[in-house]
Design a binder for this molecule. Structure first.
Ligand code: SAH
Ligand code: SF4
Length: 387
């Protein structure tokens, strides 16, 4: 067995974006182009065995074998849905497991990636939130989901050399990505890197429940497409659905969104809105929403698209999904106001892979679970007849 100090010094190269890998290689006396070759082996070819990296000198391969590993995630299980969606569950140690979901469509392959084991935000309608929070994932664990999925799918789908399985990544799995900012940003950079996965900024989306200061930082460090989970047109209601609204109310959130657009790769923010029966789905609330995003409620106007997500129920939520006709009527009000609005198709429902159903296995190290399993207090909606 290796002595502890030696074992601890071994670096998992999945943790390093190209800049960090270059610095790490420099410390081994290697030039940048060697770091690029190594990075390409790992991320473009999915190679984890230094011995097989044929264009690297034997001396470098030996140095790598002594100082580093490419340590992928441990796969616990896979479930495939009738609609082609695949959900993988990965063991991340100490009783925690996280999920990634592949969603194939005719023109794209999207991977939904987790950023934390659990989530500390505790939104009332979210299965992950109900589980509580265990820990942040490392960069290697975040990008490792893409590493696994891309290389596994290339073989499984028998893709030709150079063909990619995954064209889009959405940080919409378990966890609040902006509460794990330091691990997230290098992982995003690896996704975007031409020597890595080469995804365009428009095809990598960070979804956040509204971490205002971190939205501003992301715009400086790594502007990718941004989705914001809005779910309510007023602070009174959002305070109850998304607890961090009490700290970062809607006017601050919309201000951060409008600043973000100055450096974003797209000229709109996607607002996600989970449709909850009798809670946030009335005509009056749709009109409030229009007023909010068009700058009539004190917050700045934010060019946006709406993505209405039918609520995916899970045991203990105490909530139900708005009826289909209600969702469509709500969408029509937004559309009539000139806002592009889509109703998200639910994918992978038969394998609990739909939005908000990802629950993995999380050791709740917070009191979130206790708080959220208290009997649900009916949330007061605006009167449906209100103008
Ligand atoms: N924490 C981030 C990203 C993960 S959640 C966020 O909140 O944005 C991804 C999306 O699924 C969010 O828009 C979230 O609000 C939504 N969601 C959570 N639970 C859901 C449920 N039970 N049904 C439908 N959508 C849900
Ligand atoms: Fe966390 Fe997002 Fe779920 Fe809210 S919706 S509890 S922020 S994962």
């Amino acid at each position: 067995m290796q002595p502890v100090s030696e074992a601890a010094a071994v670096v998992n190269l999945l943790d390093l974006d190209l800049e960090s890998l270059t610095a790490w290689c420099a410390a081994l006396g290697e030039k940048r182009f060697r770091a690029v070759q190594l990075f390409r082996w790992i991320h473009q070819k999915g190679e984890g065995d230094f011995g097989r990296m044929s264009n690297l000198a034997k001396s470098l391969r030996d140095k790598l074998a002594a100082a580093a590993v490419v340590r992928p995630l441990t796969l616990l299980s896979e479930q495939a849905s009738a609609d082609g969606t695949i959900k993988w569950l990965f063991d991340v140690g100490a009783g925690d497991a996280v999920e990634a979901v592949f969603i194939p469509e005719s023109d794209r392959g999207t991977l939904c990636v987790s950023s934390q084991a659990g989530c500390a935000v505790g939104c009332r309608f979210c299965a992950t939130g109900h589980q509580g929070f265990s820990r942040n994932l490392s960069t290697a664990e975040i990008v490792g989901q893409l590493w696994f999925a891309e290389h596994h799918l290339r073989q499984r789908l028998k893709l030709a050399a150079g063909e990619r399985a995954i064209s889009n990544v959405v940080m919409m799995g378990m966890g609040e990505p902006l509460q794990n900012y330091h691990a997230l940003v290098p992982a995003l950079r690896m996704m975007l890197d031409d020597h890595g996965y080469g995804l365009s900024r428009r095809r990598v989306t960070v979804s956040t429940s509204g971490m205002v200061r971190m939205i501003e930082r992301l715009s400086l460090d790594c502007p990718v497409a941004l989705a914001v989970s809005l779910h309510a047109p007023t602070d009174a209601l959002r305070d109850q659905l998304v607890p961090l609204n009490r700290k970062h109310p809607l006017d601050q959130l919309l201000l951060a969104c409008s600043h973000y657009l100055e450096s974003a790769p797209r000229d709109f923010i996607t607002f996600e809105y989970c449709m909850l029966d009798g809670v946030n789905d009335s005509d009056a609330q749709a009109r409030e929403l229009v007023a909010l995003v068009s700058g009539q409620r004190g917050a700045p106007r934010v060019p946006c698209k709406f993505n209405l997500i039918p609520f995916n129920p899970f045991p203990a939520s105490g909530l139900s999904c708005s009826p289909r006709e209600r969702v469509l009527a709500f969408a029509k009000i937004l559309q009539d106001a000139g806002i592009v609005t889509t109703v998200r198709k639910t994918r992978g429902e038969d394998i609990a892979a739909a939005c908000g159903q990802l629950a993995g296995e999380v050791q709740d190290r917070t009191r979130v679970q206790t708080r959220l399993t208290r009997p649900v207090i009916r949330i007061e909606a605006l009167p449906s007849g209100a103008p």
